[in-house]
Design a protein around this ligand. Structure first.
Ligand SMILES: Cc1cc2nc3c(=O)[nH]c(=O)nc-3n(C[C@H](O)[C@H](O)[C@H](O)COP(=O)(O)OP(=O)(O)OC[C@H]3O[C@@H](n4cnc5c(N)ncnc54)[C@H](O)[C@@H]3O)c2cc1C
Ligand code: FES
Length: 283
């Protein structure tokens, strides 16, 4: 981030496109374009980071960055409509102007992931920064840096999956092993897996050898995926989790998001299981 930029001041952005992702219309992806092109350069991010999306006069909320830095000219975020600010966000239409503050937080451990097998495990709407990571790794300039890429991604129903067109295109590729699953469906045309993410991970992830696992999803999914990965032989340093705590400032100043001595907004949101085992179990 530019040192001269006040970290509390959002960059102005224009809503370029709004895509409704899920059948319940609660999840929408917002493609945002910086009003000042130099702000795009200042917003120099890495997959795994988040930003504060702000609606003038209404408030701001932390949201994981769903686009990849290899995608130029825009940034995108997928937002679940759960309350006040996310509700205002869902009213945003193409052409509206709002603010983005960031990038904030740390990121997935890319230096350690390079040269290794990468296992991505995601559930529900927490797939956003995993989408960023997959697009980043599949970029022609980056794909050679990683060995096998295995993805297990699940949602409650087919209609609740995010990024359906991209999932289909990744399914067709040979350089990424996709294992999409739904908790259940009556659709006879459903051609992927059925079952909860931890069970599909147990069935499909072959080995922990030279591999690092990134896990992002609801707490119950994380709770049941952790023993599966440990059972496969992943040491806690190579199980990486992203946390979603309540936050306010996003820059380690207000004390809203601490777990023990750590601030999730600044020291995280990405932690290894080894690091989390050192902290009080408040996450
Ligand atoms: C690092 C990080 C990344 C995130 N990434 C995404 C993302 O990519 N997409 C997305 O849709 N959401 C994401 N979230 C969650 C998002 O920030 C909250 O849903 C949002 O702040 C809710 O604000 P609101 O004003 O709409 O809801 P409020 O009116 O404040 O609250 C409505 C309901 O949402 C619950 N809630 C509020 N904040 C959170 C929170 N941080 N975590 C869990 N529940 C919460 C409240 O308990 C309440 O039940 C992320 C959170 C963090 C910390
Ligand atoms: S949100 Fe303010 S310290 Fe983390």
């Amino acid at each position: 981030m530019n040192e001269m930029h006040n970290p509390y001041l959002p960059y102005p952005v224009r809503v370029d496109q709004v895509v409704t992702e899920t059948e319940d219309e609660k999840l929408k992806t917002f493609k945002l374009v910086f009003l000042n092109p130099e702000d795009e350069e200042r917003f120099d991010y890495v997959p795994g980071q988040f930003a504060e999306l702000s609606i003038p006069g209404k408030g701001e909320i932390p949201i994981g960055i769903a686009s990849s830095p290899t995608e130029k000219g825009f940034i995108s975020f997928t937002v679940n409509e759960v309350g006040l600010v996310s509700g205002y966000l869902h009213m945003m239409r193409e052409g509206y102007v709002m603010g983005v503050r960031g990038p904030l937080g740390n990121w997935y451990p890319w230096e350690e992931m390079e040269g290794r097998n990468v296992v991505i495990i995601g559930g529900g709407f927490a797939f956003t920064t995993l989408r960023s990571s997959i697009v980043y790794m599949l970029d022609p300039g980056n794909r050679g840096k990683f060995k096998e890429i295995t993805v297990v991604y699940g949602a409650r129903t087919p209609g609740m999956l995010l990024y359906k067109d991209e999932l289909a295109s990744w399914e067709r590729r040979e350089d990424i092993q996709m294992h999409i699953t739904v908790d259940g469906t009556d659709d006879p045309g459903w051609k992927y897996n059925r079952g909860f993410v931890p069970a599909i991970a147990k069935e499909k992830v072959r080995s922990a050898d030279d591999a690092i696992a990134i896990v992002c999803g609801p707490p119950v999914m994380i709770r049941y995926t952790q023993p599966v990965l440990e059972g496969l032989g992943f040491p806690p340093e190579r199980i990486i989790l992203s946390l979603e705590m309540r936050m306010k400032c996003g820059i380690g100043m207000c004390g809203r998001c601490n777990i023990g001595e750590r601030y999730v907004c600044k020291d995280g949101p990405v932690f290894s299981l080894a690091q989390l085992k050192q902290l009080p179990p408040e996450y």
